[in-house]
Design a protein around this ligand. Structure first.
Ligand SMILES: Nc1ncnc2c1ncn2[C@@H]1O[C@H](COP(=O)(O)OP(=O)(O)OP(=O)(O)O)[C@@H](O)[C@H]1O
Ligand SMILES: [Mg+2]
Length: 411
């Protein structure tokens, strides 16, 4: 299959590495034709701790996806996660000097270049910039300024930055696996792409992807990205608590958590018991589901108190009428919606990456939000790329236009 007919996402999560191959159809829709999933080795809390192990995880996931799709993958939309991710909002202003004062693509480039100038510490790199809105001669809320007339244009952008060392490690693993990054996509943005409804983005909402090692947060306001951050907490902490609390091996605790876990202790009856093996696996003992829930609940409440903190720290002063959309593997935990609503005092729903068609039902699980989101992002980028007619330039035009701003980095 021709390379330009496919879009591929690569998400190296703390617990699993996923490669999704999508085929672009003639009408700009797409079909998922290959999925490769492999437990990740060598990543802790979203950060790479063993290069060789990660390369192996990528290669194995890649092989599965290539086999299923019958495609040879070379370029991937690559998710960047990890607690080193952060974002800032910034502005830039330029004067429009053409004789007819009509704003051109070059003017947009210039204003984005100006907006992107921020004092960054040596060890940080810009991985993504997200134009939020343009203001022309005082009129704000403009999404696509090209062709409009004006004398002074201002751009507001969200800049996502990452640790240079963490990025270098990530890219080394990807390159050693024989792949090249088409574009780096902040993991919280990819998850948002997969699960958010347009209305939620417009109203103002927060997406929270709770994975094995990290909790990724992104706030959207008036349809555009406002804030991104990643917390080093996730489902692995819950599993460890269960292992310690019940004195059982971690692998057993993981299975018990996924099969019987619930976060609402008060609602659990005392008399529903489960059998668990002891530490050495020789005997089994009975544990009530209520006890299991009483171990899980405080940890999940703690995660939500950290999310609440993040929301405060973001400086966002809106009320988020779109609510909080929770995704990631941990979103599947029983009772999570009720607990989150209580902790956050906002409308809550679970986000599933279901805007897709194709081979695999598995990817409709919340655990695949990031990987599916990468493909959706890539498809939009292709469909509305540089060659897009006016009016369809909205999303992809912005992407293709900002892409070259990173050329120094991708070189
Ligand atoms: N049904 C379930 N109930 C509760 N927890 C679950 C369930 N299914 C998966 N999980 C938990 O979800 C976590 C994995 O989530 P996910 O696959 O989104 O993580 P990841 O993307 O690999 O990691 P990260 O994004 O943190 O780097 C694990 O802790 C796992 O135990
Ligand atoms: Mg993840």
């Amino acid at each position: 299959m021709e390379a330009h007919d496919i879009v591929v996402g690569l998400d190296i999560g703390t617990t699993k590495t996923v490669v999704i191959v999508a085929e672009i159809n003639n009408n700009d829709s797409f079909t998922i034709i290959g999925v490769g999933e492999q437990p990740t080795q060598g990543v802790k809390k979203g950060g790479i701790v063993d290069l060789e192990a990660v390369i192996k995880s990528i290669s194995q996931a890649l092989e599965k996806a290539e086999q299923m799709s019958g495609c040879r993958v070379q370029h991937v939309y690559l998710a960047v996660g990890g607690a080193h991710l952060s974002s800032i909002n910034n502005k830039g202003v330029v004067a429009i000097t053409n004789r007819n004062r009509e704003i051109t693509a070059d003017d947009v480039d210039r204003v984005l270049q100006t907006a992107k100038v921020v004092a960054l510490p040596q060890d940080r790199k810009i991985i993504h910039i997200h134009p939020r809105q343009y203001t022309i001669d005082g009129n704000d809320g403009i999404i696509d300024p090209i062709g409009m007339a004006g004398a002074r244009m201002e751009a507001e952008i969200n800049i996502v930055t990452a640790s240079s060392n963490a990025l270098q490690n990530l890219l080394r693993c990807v390159h050693k696996s024989g792949l090249q990054e088409e574009e780096l996509v902040p993991a919280p943005l990819a998850s948002a792409e997969a699960v958010l409804l347009p209305d939620e983005r417009d109203l103002g909402c927060m997406v929270v992807d709770i994975g094995g090692g990290t909790t990724e947060c992104a706030i959207f306001d008036q349809g555009r990205l406002w804030f991104t951050s990643v917390l080093p907490v996730g489902g692995n902490l819950i599993t460890n608590d269960v292992a310690i609390g019940l004195r059982i091996p971690v692998e057993v605790a993981e299975v018990i958590k996924v099969e019987h876990g619930c976060v609402l202790t008060d609602l659990m009856p005392d008399n529903e018991m489960i059998s668990v093996p002891d530490m050495v696996g020789r005997d089994t003992k009975k544990v009530s589901k209520k006890v299991l829930a009483s171990i899980i609940e405080p940890r999940v409440r703690e995660i939500f108190s950290l999310i609440k903190n993040e929301l405060k720290k973001s400086g966002y002063r809106g009320v988020l009428p779109g609510g909080i959309i929770i995704t990631g593997g941990v979103a599947q935990l029983n009772g999570l919606v009720e607990l989150a609503a209580e902790e956050m005092d906002l409308p809550i729903r679970i986000g599933y990456p279901d805007k897709i068609s194709g081979v695999s039902e598995t990817v409709r699980s919340s655990a695949f939000a990031t990987a599916v989101g990468l493909v959706l992002y890539g498809v939009k980028n292709l469909a509305y790329g540089q060659a897009a007619p006016t009016g369809e330039r909205f999303f992809g035009g912005i992407i293709s236009r900002v892409k070259h701003l990173f050329e120094d980095f991708f070189a």
